[in-house]
Design a protein around this ligand. Sequence first.
Ligand code: PNS
Length: 161
Amino acid sequence: MVRRAVYPGTFDPITLGHVDVVMRGLKLVDELVIGVAENPGKGPMFDLDTRLNMVRAVFVAQPRVKVVAFKGLLVDLAHEQQAQAVLRGLRAASDFEYEFQMAAMNRRLDAEIESVFVMAREDYTFVSSRFIREISAMGGDVKALIPEVVIPYLEAANRAN
Ligand code: PNS
């Protein structure tokens, strides 16, 4: 059996915290499917195609990672991808409540899918896509917190605004 997990997120944009979670996840499974959620409700800064392109560019040399877009339920994506688990990263206690609710709801929707959590590297516990967007829009330097391929995307988005 191929051990496969889906790692869902909005990735608006992908950060080094996300990359760290992927690398930890790859120690646990054979294949990881990164599900980039459309999430229009979140009013993302980058459209779905741009977020997909950024995530694909980050993992272009990683054959055990596949990147897909998804619009519906996470449990449906897990089924489609024949994944046994959902992977999420935990940064701090403040993440716990939301993650706990989401995992409980997903279990309610499909008891076969396990939620698995990895703890992000200490250096990234304070990194979030929201802070990256906010700080870079105000001219702050976030280059050490995002993958190199994301830098030109952020610069272009800030020039356009
Ligand atoms: O990185 P994010 O923005 O916290 O990711 C949130 C995401 C995409 C994991 C969440 O919004 C999601 O799972 N969306 C799919 C819809 C769904 O399945 N909802 C029911 C689970 S609570």
